[in-house]
Design a protein around this ligand. Structure first.
Ligand code: ZN
Length: 236
């Protein structure tokens, strides 16, 4: 039974992972709100897809519709000012000397979660939900479980209120993310993810693959396609 007082704030970007996290939260919490960040992303597609996905999720299940609360979009102009990455500037994707993708914005998830915790405090929400994952670890140290659980402790101390950071994708791979989506919402949720979520780094929404829209060659598309293929193989 769902605790009628339970509530979660989901970090919701409009990508595949955060959409699965939103469905996961809607299946578990009585009240679910979403937060997104406008930090000058080079491609606006993800932000544009967010309301489309929220409406589509609510249409899938009347219980989910009754639980889905307001969306919050926070501008984070400072992030673009301090980052020189292919997400915010007109640079090609590359791997830096430190072995990190140049899409890496140092400590980005720490900033997002801290803003989310402050908003959640004002909204009376004790749980933050994020799609961070160690399994498809791309060298992002702010996606590590240790980082996030330690941040949860720091936020609980700093806000003088318990803050839980839930990361349902932490220990599963991309094939596991598709499988989790199928468990949560069956074929209808899979279709929603394929059609409405956006992952491609180049912002391509003109080419439709079995796994969704994208250029098919950037690292984000390759990871998504590889996960889809592995999930398809495991099903048969
Ligand atoms: Zn792509």
């Amino acid at each position: 039974m769902t605790d009628p007082t339970s509530a979660a704030l989901v970090l919701f970007s409009g990508g595949q992972d955060s959409t699965v996290c939103l469905a996961w939260a809607l299946a578990r919490f009585a009240r679910v709100e979403t937060i997104g960040f406008d930090y000058g992303q080079r491609h606006r597609v993800e932000l544009q897809q967010r309301p489309v996905i929220r409406s589509a999720l609510a249409a899938l299940d009347p219980v989910w519709a009754s639980r889905l609360g307001p969306d919050h979009v926070l501008p984070l102009d400072g992030l673009a000012a301090i980052s020189e990455t292919s997400l915010t500037r007109d640079m090609a994707y590359a791997v830096t000397a430190a072995g990190l993708p140049n899409t890496f914005v140092p400590g980005r998830n720490l900033l997002f979660l801290t803003y989310a915790a402050a908003l959640a405090y004002r909204r009376g929400i004790p749980t933050l939900v994020g799609g961070m994952c160690e399994t498809d670890y791309s060298g992002y140290p702010d996606c590590r479980n240790d980082t996030l659980q330690t941040l949860g402790k720091a936020l609980s101390l700093g806000l003088d209120k318990p803050v839980e950071i839930a990361t349902p994708l932490m220990w599963i791979d991309k094939a596991g993310t598709w499988a989790l989506a199928a468990d949560l919402g069956g074929d209808a949720l899979i279709r929603l993810i394929v059609d409405d979520t956006h992952t491609c780094y180049t912002g391509n929404r003109s080419t439709r693959h079995p796994w969704g829209w994208g250029c098919g060659t950037c690292p984000a598309c390759l990871l998504r396609a590889k996960g889809w293929d592995a999930w398809q193989s495991a099903r048969t």
